[in-house]
Design a protein around this ligand. Sequence first.
Ligand SMILES: Nc1ncnc2c1ncn2[C@@H]1O[C@H](COP(=O)(O)OP(=O)(O)OP(=O)(O)O)[C@@H](O)[C@H]1O
Ligand SMILES: [Mg+2]
Length: 282
Amino acid sequence: MTNEAVRVENLTFQYPDTEEEVLKNINFTLHFGEILGIVGPTGAGKSTLAMCLNGLVPQVIEGELRGDVFVKEKNINETSVAEISEHVGFVFQEPENQLSQMTIEEEIAFGMGNLGVAREEMINRIKESLEQVGLSGFEKRSPLALSGGQQQRLAIASVMAMRPSIMIMDEPTSMLDPKGKNEVYDVLQNLKEFNMTGIIIDHEVERIATYCDKILVLDEGQVKAFGSPEEVFTQIELLQQLQLNAPQVTGFLYQYNRQFNRRAKLATTVGEAVTSFESEYN
Ligand SMILES: Nc1ncnc2c1ncn2[C@@H]1O[C@H](COP(=O)(O)OP(=O)(O)OP(=O)(O)O)[C@@H](O)[C@H]1O
Ligand SMILES: [Mg+2]
């Protein structure tokens, strides 16, 4: 058995009322235990790509799709959205759209109910997932009484409780403070320990470079780069061309090399950058 979580082959997609394809011949593979970060300018097609991975596009949100998406080696063309949802958890860009219940515990139970999780087990998972996102003690409150950031964390908890083996999060940290952002990335890190897979769409390149194993750069529906953070985020000129940020430390080393005619290795995290700078400086 291979370790393949997601494989996308020649994926092209067009919404019914648009003139152009929003995804153009996308190819990539992701393995269990890997975390993928997707970056790209607004309108690049990031959310559309994410929704192709749980079948929402084109099964619910219609359009013309060509190519293939495999989840756990099964072509999702042949799988219903309900069946895919047992494997693929999805946290949407706007959390309030995902919340429908009267209380927070009901909210978390809702998704599990659809999967047929037993009551006893549900109670354990509600407790555990609220702990994981820092919302313990909020069980009886209304989801609508939460702040935007708390709603975002509740949406994550609801998905986590369903124990998907692949977890997709579309800009889950946009409304969170630095502590909340770290908590979301810690959740992703935990997935790795259980040999699960995470896909996160985010503009936080520093965190993405630190936590993700693979980076996919999407622009105008095309993959412009795919590889390790080092392979992708050191392509400073490409990123500049797309008006995307590289991690600040990478930009610093790039600028240092140019200005002082140095050859420090372009690192993408603070720890690696310190080592790189020190060995070049001396
Ligand atoms: N339901 C839809 N019908 C028609 N066009 C759509 C639909 N949803 C998105 N689009 C268009 O498809 C393109 C890609 O949108 P998408 O939301 O996937 O981009 P994104 O990279 O997630 O952007 P953002 O960073 O703003 O979230 C955009 O041009 C958008 O206007
Ligand atoms: Mg989006």
